[in-house]
Design a protein around this ligand. Structure first.
Ligand code: HAM
Length: 428
């Protein structure tokens, strides 16, 4: 029976009461993205497994250990998306969005799936808000993407989130760096975990991102990519930093930051929360990914924000969210005829965009009024035989207790608007 009443490990419901807070949080990200000219893209929850193998790199933790992969009834290998970037690139190419000219700017707010060991801030289903910007090679684009992330986090009041910044160069400068890393880690081979040993030849940079404490310890003294950047990558990185400084965005350089996915080139960044001790988001440039997935060479970059983690950060600092207006007017009724009228009035209020409700549970008047209070109705109407007969009723302001007689006939919504606006004016 437990299987029926317990959500799978690493997943959680966002129930009424919490979902309103999520909507507020998401609306800040959506608005920030739209202020910067980004439009929403909606891609499938599952994609061909190949997309992620090619996109994220087959030596990454996500691909090696965490993907929800299955064969569908047609014998295709399908994977629940572990992140949003690969799907966004595929959608950009498949729909020829580049035909309208660059830059192409998109955002998404999506659930993602990774088979992780659930712990604080780490779930198997989690939500990310991501932005992807295609066709912009200039360092100004890197700075703007980082600024967008910072701006949204600040608007949410998350002041203790910083920016960690690094450049991991291009495939050219990385060749030399890989050589140096391989040499270094080979000398410490005995201490590396099995996964890192297998990465030593294929992708030594991944060892820098290993979660195993022994590997992390060795990684501390490993050669730093920033000592191997080519002239172009160095100049690009310096310009990104100078733009950020001009925009008043503080950042910390972290030469050990390599990110957990293989597609990154040049600028990479994370937004760690000091109080929670983990990153709320991260991203970077991925100038080779569009070509890797079958498109023309296209510079691109973006970020992904972990919305579950951001909600945890907001809750930790007891952020107050505006109370949702679930019911402005409650129309109570006594008897069948009155209920019919109440339903009609509620319907006409909805058509004017006013949140209204009536009894759906066969309750008596006292219980209905208790409910009206519980849902925070600003106004109530009580309909009984007398009100139906006279086709008018007293609109009660629940805060002040004042009442105003209004018609239940054709002029009902106009009367309501006048009566309630008058009350609102008084309260301002
Ligand atoms: P990522 O760093 O793997 O990057 O994930 C982005 C954010 O999602 C993380 O910073 C974290 O807040 C959150 N996150 C990741 N895994 C989990 C999890 N298991 N449970 C809860 N939250 C999690 C990406 O996915 C890239 N696609 C970001 C990007 C977009 N880069 C360029 N464009």
């Amino acid at each position: 029976m437990e299987l029926l009443t317990k959500a799978p490990k690493g997943t959680a419901d966002i129930v009424p009461g919490a979902s309103e807070k999520w909507q507020v949080m998401e609306s800040v990200f959506r608005n920030e993205a739209e202020l910067n000219g980004f439009s929403e893209v909606r891609t499938p929850v599952f994609e061909h497994t190949e997309l992620f193998l090619r996109g994220m790199g087959d030596t990454t933790d996500v691909v090696e250990k965490q993907m929800y992969t299955f064969e569908d009834k047609g014998g295709r290998s399908i994977t629940l998306r572990p992140e949003g970037t690969a799907g966004a690139v595929r959608a950009m190419l498949e729909n020829g969005l580049y035909n309208a000219g660059y830059p192409v700017k998109m955002y998404y707010s999506i659930p993602c799936y990774r088979y992780e060991k659930p712990q604080a801030g780490r779930f198997r289903e989690f939500r990310t808000f991501g932005v992807e910007l295609f066709g912009a090679a200039e360092p100004a684009a890197d700075a703007q993407i980082i600024a967008m992330g910072v701006s949204a986090l600040r608007r949410l009041g998350l002041e203790d989130v910083s920016v960690q910044l690094n450049s991991i160069g291009c495939p050219d400068c990385r060749k030399e760096y890989h050589k140096a890393l391989k040499e270094y880690f080979t000398a410490h081979k005995e201490q590396l975990c099995q996964t890192c040993l297998s990465r030593l030849d294929r992708n030594p940079m991944r060892i820098l991102d290993c979660k195993n404490p022994a590997c992390q310890e060795i990684a501390k003294a490993a050669p730093k990519i920033t000592d191997y950047l080519c002239e172009d990558c160095r100049a690009h990185f310096e310009k990104v930093q100078s733009y950020l400084t001009k925009l008043g965005i503080e950042f910390e350089l972290d030469p050990g930051l390599v990110r957990g996915l293989d597609y990154y080139t040049r600028t990479v960044f994370e937004f760690p929360s000091k109080s929670l001790g983990y990153a709320l988001g991260g991203g970077g440039r991925y100038d080779g990914l569009v070509e890797e997935l079958g498109g023309n060479p296209t510079p691109a970059l973006g970020f992904g924000m972990g919305l579950d983690r951001i909600m945890a950060a907001l809750e930790q600092k007891n952020t107050e969210f505006p109370a949702p207006n679930r019911c402005e007017v409650y129309v109570a009724s006594i008897g069948e005829k009155a209920l019919e009228k109440a339903m009609e009035l509620v319907d006409s209020l909805h058509k004017c965009g006013i949140a209204a409700d009536c009894d759906l549970c066969g309750r008596g008047l006292k219980a209905q009024m208790k409910y009206a209070n519980k849902v925070g109705a600003s106004y109530t109407l009580v309909l009984g035989d007398e009100e139906i007969e006279k086709n008018s009723a007293d609109l009660k302001n629940m805060k002040t207790g004042e009442t105003k007689r209004i018609s239940l006939g054709e002029s009902f919504t106009d009367d309501y608007l006048t009566a309630s606006t008058a009350q609102n004016d008084l309260s301002i």
